[in-house]
Design a protein around this ligand. Sequence first.
Ligand code: APR
Length: 240
Amino acid sequence: MDDAIDRLHRLIDASTRITVVTGAGVSAASGVPTFRGAGGLWRSFRAEDLATPAAFRRDPRLVWEWYDWRRGIIAACEPNAAHRAIAAWSRRPGFTLITQNVDGLHERAGTSNVLRYHGSIWHLRCATDCGQPEWEDRRAPLPALPPLCPSCGGPARPSVVWFGEPIERAVAAAADAASDCDLFLSIGTSSVVYPAAGLLAQARRRGATTVEINPDATPSTSSVDFVIRMPAEEALRGSS
Ligand code: APR
């Protein structure tokens, strides 16, 4: 496995356009529960049962209890060695991070050029789209659930992308552009949620060398150039 890590370092040094996609596995060592691994269920609900517009319409309080629980956990977490390595790479020109994570740990590690593909758990917006711009609220726990829109007094929602919702247009366009790169790394994602999971194949079609870092196999494993079958925080410890 040291050979694969050496090969990755050589590729990073030789590449001018590096794009990284991350998922929940990157934050696992910080203590943030992944969605599909052990501990992914919350009160027996799966992410797919809660992170949808229909779930929010049915029971906004229940959906908010889940987000409030995740916000409380994340507030007590620190970035780990994987976040720090990616932050160091981001100081190179030509680097883009596309993260599916809404926890903000990449930003807290000092990463530049981050595309928050699925939004941010720390940003809220009006659930009825009354025209109030989205706002930041880092309180954990929130004092009342659901929190309310300061303009219209209606329920607020987390400013995250739910199943069935589109990726914000500018973010999707920037991620699409970033898939045109020399080196594309997929780190800590199960590669089952689209359109994020499709970016790797797109990068490959455009000629990128592709690498997966994950302790488990994913649907992308068979199509990457090589795999580092390790937890990200171990594979990337000390990388810069
Ligand atoms: N290092 C690297 N990978 C890890 C680690 C680790 N320490 N621990 C777990 N993993 C891997 C798991 O093997 C799994 O493949 O991280 C992946 C986590 O997968 P998911 O829980 O499915 O998370 P993710 O891929 O980010 O989910 C995508 O789905 O629920 C939605 O919007 C949510 O952004 C999320 C999206």
